[in-house]
Design a protein around this ligand. Sequence first.
Ligand code: FE
Ligand code: FE
Ligand code: ZN
Length: 295
Amino acid sequence: MLYIGSHVSYKKDTQLLGSLNEALSYGSNAFMFYTGAPQNTLRDKINDMLTIEALTKMKENNMLLENVIVHAPYIVNLANNKELEKYEFAQNFLRQEIERCMLLGIKYIVLHPGSSVGIDEKVALNNIIKGLNNILLKEDNICILLESMAGKGTELGKNIDELKYIIDNIELKDKVGVCLDTCHLNDSGIDLNEFDKYLDEFDEKIGIDKIHCIHINDSKNILGSHKDRHENIGLGTIGFDTLINVIYNPRLDNIPKILETPYVDKEYAPYKYEIEMIRNKKFNPNLYHDIINNK
Ligand code: FE
Ligand code: FE
Ligand code: ZN
């Protein structure tokens, strides 16, 4: 079964219910959101009434909770401990994010593993491991999904071996998994035309059963560019047919696929149109025009 959706907004006054409504308006059966602004760590209290209303509406619309994903803010960096205060803050924030997700009934939290910024990569990887081991508790019904990164700057998690090293050293193994991102894979040097070869290696080293979410994005940059700039589906260097092959790869059936493509002219959400193309497996050459004119 294809579970496809997008990143959606999360607003203080409507919370999960507002995010669900936005997702449904795009024809999604999966979605992802930040529990506040992605670039800061200010978070509002979860409103239980809104959560109950949202969970009821999800049931009515066959939106399965395992296809609802939270993305941790990208400024949280578990890799660097040069400033101990920041390293501890990152752990405290993530712990609170886990609590918030459990209140919402959400199991999967996508996390950028972190950036080493000036310290040894191995030390930085060990910081990530230590941080995760500190915050994960046996009774948590949560799974932290380490995102595969493009390798921009000093990002970690840019290849299978780094992801494997982190996962191998987590004590509560059922509480960690992976989120693949097609733009990041391309930019990190993985040719998605040979995606099955990548999956073979992933399966051998980590296990495909650890993949619980896939971000579907085209890329503005060429293979191996280490840039990380997302492009609308079919309009980037990966291309429509290659992305369709990833989305419909039978080895990844039932795993939620989430679009994080850019708004058109910074104003118009492309998701309804991109989801339609993906369901039809047919590229719409008038994509921008249709999005802007709401056709
Ligand atoms: Fe991400
Ligand atoms: Fe992503
Ligand atoms: Zn990205």
